[in-house]
Design a protein around this ligand. Structure first.
Ligand SMILES: Nc1ncnc2c1ncn2[C@@H]1O[C@H](COP(=O)(O)OP(=O)(O)O)[C@@H](O)[C@H]1O
Ligand SMILES: O=C(O)C1=C[C@@H](OP(=O)(O)O)[C@@H](O)[C@H](O)C1
Length: 301
């Protein structure tokens, strides 16, 4: 398992600069949601100089970038602006992560791999896909084949082992399998790092999955008929079973929320980079809230 991780970490994780272009920008990259002035002041009062510097500094940066972002008239500039915001936001967050891993959770097709690779690249972390590590660990080339030759339970046991092994490591972004959230023990492992839920509407998930096919996703690769409808029905059932488990995550990145903030009617207009930026903002909020809570508990001692 550890050799598998070492070998995989040598693989590159491309994406930056290759995102699609062509979307309207609405300047949503202001102060992150739930990141009010009141909370900043509270943070300052608690006297952690590292946080006060970051909070104030990043706020100026966001406001500055936000206005230039809104002025951009063409797609190239929008894409460059997004890349710049991503880079700056990662620089804000990185020192306070202290090497903690980031675990992305969410339904199949929610973009854990796509967004995870962007985050790993920009943070200088290694990227791992837990499905790939399971394939390596059991010596079978695909998840579909693992389900076929063994069972879902066998796959889940190995998925837990992989998450257990990853939990002692640092500086990783991990794209988990969509079902990793159903076993409580997996949360114990993932909570060694920061868990981020990519919350994507079911119709968008079904569209993405119908576009690429269900060969690699055995839970969706059943029955006949229209690929979109089939995926939508199955994803609806899975989401009803798992919806609550995803809410265990430390932070939620809602594509509907980002789209509304950017003035898009549809989440399909969002670039993976925009989603990665929102993820970094949510990580920042989480880290600040945690710092406030731990400072408060020190003060009460
Ligand atoms: N923001 C996005 N917009 C459009 N398509 C996306 C986006 N993010 C991911 N995709 C596509 O959706 C599919 C599933 O993405 P992936 O990252 O593999 O999801 P997961 O790892 O959560 O299963 C891929 O074909 C990917 O290219
Ligand atoms: O939701 C699930 O139960 C699964 C999701 C898949 O991963 P992705 O979320 O990366 O597709 C993979 O682990 C397996 O097919 C089961």
């Amino acid at each position: 398992m550890m050799e598998a991780i070492a070998a995989l970490s040598l693989q590159s994780s491309p994406w930056i600069g290759s995102e699609r272009t062509g979307r309207k920008t609405g300047g949503f990259f202001r102060i992150p949601s739930g990141f009010s002035d009141e909370r900043r002041v509270k943070t300052l009062k608690l006297g952690d100089s590292r946080w006060s510097r970051t909070a104030v500094g990043s706020r100026h940066l966001e406001l500055k970038i936000s206005s230039s972002y809104k002025k951009s008239g063409d797609n190239f500039n929008n894409s460059v602006d997004e890349a710049l915001i991503l880079k700056r936001k990662s620089e804000d967050v990185l020192p306070y992560l202290n090497g903690r891993c980031i675990y992305l959770v969410g339904m199949m097709g929610s973009g854990k791999t796509t967004v995870g690779k962007i985050l790993s690249e920009v943070l200088g972390y290694s990227f791992f896909d837990s499905d790939k590590l399971v394939e390596q660990a059991v010596g079978i080339a695909s998840i579909a084949q693992i389900f076929k030759e063994h069972s879902e339970a066998f796959f889940r046991d190995n998925e837990s082992k992989v998450l257990r092994d990853l939990s002692s490591m640092h500086r990783l972004v991990v794209a988990t399998g969509g079902g990793a959230v159903i076993r409580p023990i997996n949360w114990k492992y993932m909570k060694q790092g920061i868990t981020i839920w990519l919350d994507v509407p079911l119709d968008a998930l079904a569209r993405r999955i119908a576009a690429v096919g269900t060969d690699s996703r055995p839970l969706l690769h059943q029955g006949s008929g229209d690929p979109y409808k089939k995926a939508f029905v199955k994803l609806t059932t899975l989401s009803e079973q798992r919806g609550k488990a995803y809410t265990n995550a430390d932070a939620r990145v809602s594509l509907e929320y980002i789209a509304a903030q950017q003035g898009h009617g549809d989440v399909s207009a969002l670039t993976p980079t925009a989603i990665a930026i929102e993820a970094l903002m949510k990580i920042e909020c989480f880290l600040i809230e945690n710092a406030v809570v731990s400072n408060s508990s020190h003060l009460q001692e």
